[in-house]
Design a binder for this molecule. Structure first.
Ligand code: NDP
Ligand code: 2IT
Length: 448
């Protein structure tokens, strides 16, 4: 029987099942509003109960990581892999090591990842994993020992055609190398089971840069759409990791002024914008340093504002690139009052629901991460196809492919999110609907 529904009915059902999983429910809410009208208008979506099914991960894997650190002490951590949906391809999504990691956080990330991956147009399902391990201040040896213990558990659940993890917060090239080495030793085979690998063992050019660069390619498209240019704009960036630094680099190369970077301890402010050498220094050193931003401040590059977030700074464009819910309603109001007119997410779900309401209310350009940060996973998809062919494409070709993917995501968002009457593009709505149609069609085609 075709099954008509509405937001309250579906949301309450999900909220009751996953009580207390606040981040997960937030991510579900942000999608449901936009996709329910599409669902109700489609007989096969209703017949197959697509929306409710999409709100449940296909599989959640939990494991304990008991490991011996380099001092000989036993440590115990919790590890997960959430395999949300595989209708479009192998589960695909990063691994996060951070003390705030819990099931709700990983479920929200896996859910978002399904929509993001659908937007790339590549054959990838969605998943996410990680552990509550805090790598900050740990020796390289401890990081290696933890990665190996984590992979000993994870390896039985993944594979090049099953589930392909990658990096996320605190999981970069070094960790992917250690994880991959352990997988290879245990399984005695080369396969593209992880992305973000080193260039010497199946990695892809441009994967490291792809999320940040892709964000700026998307920003370029947004600027064109709104008859403006990135050149000369003041940009506030939060975070000082992979995404933030590569976004800052590309924006600077395009003539914008990036006036901030930040981390969990504070903000580095540079009124006339960081120059390319400073950002390149941060990129080269950030994996080795405990606080690359205070290192820069010590070199006389910028003012270190301890304990401050960057949202009080006057800017044209804000790019939150650190973590979920880092920008709340008050921050949004401050940005708007200071003249900011575009917010593009580099991180996953960095703006709270209330912050998004402010942006919508003030008709700001607001782009959700599932669209604007999709460049990273898109390059991961290209790494998978290179691995499948035992080949390696050159950097220029891949950079061009990345630009084309970001442009096509932008186009799809505009098609589905255009509100002609009010001359406004609702990028969240556009991204949700474009992704949902692809996901829902894949699920319907494969039967219940
Ligand atoms: P990194 O580990 O390289 O950098 C994370 C940055 O965010 C650091 O500067 C870190 O500061 C800061 N940060 C982390 N947690 C917090 C917190 N609770 N409060 C304040 N600052 C925090 O991670 P990435 O750059 O890879 O990831 C950043 C965001 O981008 C995440 O939301 C991730 O999910 C998303 N993303 C990443 C992709 C990728 O390819 N890497 C792809 C798409 C999205 P500190 O060092 O002080 O902890
Ligand atoms: O959030 C994300 O898209 C990522 N962390 C990258 C996932 C991937 O598989 O490359």
């Amino acid at each position: 029987m075709p099954y008509e529904s509405n937001f309250d009915e579906i949301y309450n059902f999900v909220a009751q099942k996953f009580e207390g999983e606040n981040e997960y429910l937030q991510a579900v809410r942000e999608v449901l509003h936009d996709i329910i009208p599409i669902y109700n208008a489609n007989e096969s979506y209703k017949r197959d109960d697509i929306v409710r099914r999409l709100c449940f991960p296909e599989r959640v894997i939990y494991f304990t990581v008991s490991w011996m650190n380099s001092s000989g002490d036993i440590e115990v951590n919790q590890g997960w892999r959430v395999q949300h949906n595989s209708a479009m391809g192998p589960y695909k999504g990063g691994l996060r090591f951070h003390p705030t990691v819990n099931l709700s956080v990983l479920k929200f990330l896996a859910f978002e990842q399904c929509f993001k991956n659908a937007l790339t147009g590549l054959p990838m399902g969605g998943g996410k994993g990680g552990a509550d391990f805090n790598p900050k201040g740990r020796s390289d040896r401890d990081i290696m020992l933890f990665c190996q213990a984590f992979m000993r558990e994870l390896q039985r659940h993944i594979g090049a055609n099953t589930d392909v993890p990658a990096g996320d917060i605190n999981v970069g090239a070094r960790e992917i190398g250690y994880l991959y080495g352990e997988y290879r030793r245990l399984n005695n085979k080369f396969e593209g089971v992880l992305t973000g690998k080193g260039l010497e063992f199946g990695g892809s050019y441009v994967r490291t840069e792809a999320t940040g660069f892709g964000l700026i390619y998307f920003l370029d498209a947004v600027c064109k759409q709104h008859n403006t240019d990135i050149e000369g704009k003041n940009i506030v960036v939060s975070g000082a990791g992979n995404v933030a630094l590569h976004a800052a680099l590309k924006a600077t190369q395009k003539g914008a002024k990036v006036i901030s970077l930040s981390n969990s301890r504070g903000t580095l402010y540079k009124q006339d914008g960081f120059d390319e050498p400073a950002i390149k220094f941060a990129i080269a050193e950030h994996a080795k340093s405990n606080n690359i931003l205070t290192d820069l401040a010590d070199k006389g590059i910028g003012d270190w504002k301890k304990g401050k977030t960057p949202w009080h700074l006057t800017c044209d464009i804000a790019l939150p690139c650190a973590t979920q819910n880092e920008l709340d309603k008050d921050d949004a109001l401050t940005l708007v009052n200071n003249g900011c007119n575009m917010v593009l997410e580099g991180a996953n779900m960095p703006c709270t629901d209330e912050a998004q309401d402010v942006f919508k209310d003030k008709a700001l350009v607001y782009v959700p991460g599932k669209a604007s940060n999709a460049g990273g996973v898109a390059l991961s998809g290209l790494e998978m196809s290179q691995n499948a062919m035992f080949s390696q494409r050159n950097a220029d070709t891949l950079d061009e492919q990345l630009q084309n993917i970001m442009l096509s995501i932008h186009e799809r968002c505009v098609e589905e999110g255009k509100d002609t009457a009010n001359n406004y593009i609702d990028y969240m709505k556009g991204a949700n609907i474009a992704a949902f149609r692809r996901l829902a069609d894949a699920i319907v085609a494969q039967g219940v």
